[in-house]
Design a protein. Structure first.
Length: 644
């Protein structure tokens, strides 16, 4: 028995005033949830019931005026379910029998001592719990019946293999006059038994003490015909008994729907494999006719002139309409639906103000937008020929066609982009060839001749020429690297950042500069490209700091290094390269990655552009910020960090 979680109000009726109050007092002492009140007559008890809610009544039998059983009869006329306990000193078997016949909830004989009140309190609790549990069950079952009555599937509830409930949908499915005609029938009269002759609607699947299952089974209607059905069953408690609820779905046309759905899926695969718009349109009109049943249909796509031009149509559409029209922007049902972008079924096009041809043989049409690409239009010579099922199926097909048309557009854009990139790569390759051969060769000749000239004479102009040639050499190297850096990264390996930057430090003219490696992080990267990136950052920090030092002092450092410190450290999702040099002004930070930008007179202006392109090729994001010491800090995020 469940535990009563709310209070229990008890009315104690006894013609002995002290005894009525004594009963109430002892009940409250024995159960803290009981709130008891004593009255001295049945008349007072009825008056109390008029003004108070009471969960249980305890009454004496032998009372003047109205005895306990007469009081019971009056109470039950008001509330048939009210728990009523007869607590009396009269202990005859005749009285006990009469009390039970009258419907008393419990009969208890008074005795000496206080122990009887503990028993009385327990019986009160049990009686109230039973009534409350029944009320809850009745309310639940009433709600369940309302739900089952409203469901569109047929529902049968059976107890001991006999039907005890049938909803209106079951009445229709089994061709019964009303639910009474189905009740009290053996379930096997309506549902084909299992192979072993059992009456269960399905083979049970038992798991965690819960039983449920599903199967296909033939059902027999009262009209004498059999119908293929899908039956789902589970165990229930119905009117306090163990039973089974069976939900029955007519599958007479489900197999056809499943076939159409599979065909629609197959058409979708063909749609997504189409390479041009007209191919999508052709597949769409055939699918609309053969799968959805929209026999007379056509696809109109937006052309370069902004018109809805017919690009595919069924033979039925051409027979009904003749020449399929092109719709101009403006007054037409087709253009209105295209602009709104909502599937629309028009019951009678002749009644529409913007019908293009009032004398059209078409009476009803279904317009299915294909996004910005156009429309699928199905037509019929009958009024209101398209139902909700047509609209739903048409929307699914139209959505798939729209996705296929969008895929065709994307593929075309990708092909155009690939062609553009191929052309750019060809130009870059030609550029690299010119730089490598047509520029570097005469430059090498000039450098060689200058070396010979230095041995023959001592001229101040020679140093300036040598510096210019060195700058040209550096420009050529950077331009070649820049031209080839944009290629995608294909081969990645695990690289230790500290090792990579130390290797770069060995090949860069560092002068008095210092390197701090503050990370043992490993990343996935193209080793060669990563080293190119790091070398450019190291040179940038050293040369930028040297240029600033020369501006502030007339003394020239041989290596152009004022002792800058470069630090490589790890950050969430990547790494950072920082220096304590002069930094980069806020106004210049957006331009530093552009080709040709340089703050030094002898810089090529391509170093940081190369850094940006290598980062992009890896899929990283590079951000320029100020370091803690006021210098420059390059942060690289989106890096594939190797877990330890």
């Amino acid at each position: 028995m469940g535990h009563v979680v709310s209070g229990v109000t008890v009315l104690c009726v006894d013609d002995e005033p002290s005894y009525a109050d004594l009963i109430a007092t002892h009940l409250e002492r024995n159960d803290e949830l009981i709130d008891a009140t004593g009255v001295t007559s049945a008349t007072d008890g009825l008056s109390y019931l008029d003004e108070h809610n009471v969960d249980c009544i305890i009454s004496d039998y032998d009372m003047p005026g109205t005895d306990g059983l007469e009081f019971l009869e009056t109470v039950r006329a008001r509330d048939p379910d009210m728990p009523f306990l007869l607590f009396t000193s009269q202990g005859s078997e005749a009285l006990a029998s009469e009390a039970v016949s009258a419907g008393v909830t419990d009969y208890i004989q008074k005795s000496h001592g206080t122990q009887q009140y503990a028993v009385l309190a327990k019986r009160v609790r049990n009686a109230v719990e039973r009534v409350r549990a029944k009320a809850t069950a009745d309310a639940t079952q009433a709600r369940t019946k309302r739900i089952l009555d409203a469901t569109s599937d047929a529902v049968l509830v059976s107890v001991a293999d006999t039907v005890v409930y049938a909803n209106p949908a079951a009445v229709d499915l089994f061709s019964a006059a009303d639910s009474d005609e189905l009740r009290d029938r053996p379930l096997t009269d309506l549902v084909e038994p299992t192979a072993d002759g059992g009456v269960e609607t399905v083979e049970r699947v038992v798991e965690d003490d819960q039983t449920a299952g599903q199967a296909r089974r033939m059902i027999r209607t009262l009209a004498g015909n059999s119908v293929q059905a899908s039956i789902t069953a589970c165990d229930v408690t119905w009117d306090g008994d163990d039973g089974t609820v069976s939900v029955i779905s007519d599958r007479s046309d489900t197999d056809e729907r499943e076939h159409r759905l599979e065909a629609l899926h197959e058409a979708t695969r063909h749609l997504m494999a189409a390479e041009v718009h007209n191919e999508v349109a052709g597949i769409g009109v055939n699918a609309a006719a053969e799968i959805i049943g929209l026999d007379a249909n056509a696809v109109h796509l937006i052309n370069d002139d902004g018109q809805l031009e017919p690009v595919a149509a069924t033979a039925s559409a051409r027979e009904l309409v003749g020449d399929i029209p092109t719709f101009e922007q403006g007054d037409s049902i087709a253009w209105r639906v295209y602009e709104r972008g909502e599937a629309t079924a028009v019951p009678d096009v002749r009644l529409e103000e913007d019908v293009q041809n009032p004398e059209t043989p078409i009476r009803s049409e279904l317009y299915l937008p294909l996004g910005e690409h156009g429309l699928l239009i199905a037509a019929s010579a009958a009024v209101d020929a398209f139902n909700e099922a047509d609209i739903v199926a048409g929307r699914v097909l139209a959505a798939n066609m729209e996705a296929a048309l969008a895929a065709v557009e994307r593929d075309k854009q990708l092909r155009d982009r690939e062609q553009e990139l191929s052309t750019q790569n060809d130009r870059l390759e030609q550029f690299a060839t010119v730089v490598s051969h047509d520029l570097r060769n005469p430059l090498n000749v000039a450098i060689g001749r200058l070396g010979a000239l230095k041995e023959e004479c001592d001229d101040d102009n020679i140093a300036a020429i040598e510096q210019a040639l060195d700058r040209m050499q550096a420009l050529i190297d950077d331009l070649l690297l820049l031209a080839r850096t944009g290629d995608s990264i294909t081969e990645m390996e695990t690289v230790a950042l500290g090792t990579a930057v130390e290797d770069c430090w060995e090949v860069v003219e560092t002068g008095d500069a210092a390197l701090v490696v503050d990370t043992d992080r490993k990343v996935q990267a193209d080793m060669t490209r990563l080293k190119q990136l790091l070398e450019n950052l190291l040179r940038n920090a050293i040369e930028h700091s040297a240029a600033d030092s020369r501006r502030q002092s007339s003394e020239t450092d041989k290596h152009g290094s004022p002792g800058v410190t470069v630090t490589i450290s790890e950050i969430p999702g990547g790494f950072a390269v920082s220096d304590d040099g002069p930094g980069i002004p806020d106004a210049d930070r957006e331009a530093v990655f552009e080709s040709g930008y340089s703050t030094t007179t002898d810089g090529t202006g391509f170093g940081l552009s190369i850094v940006s392109q290598i980062a992009t090729a890896h899929g990283w994001t590079v951000t320029l910020a100020e370091s803690a010491s006021g210098g420059t800090r390059f942060e690289f995020t989106g890096v594939d960090v190797v877990s330890e």
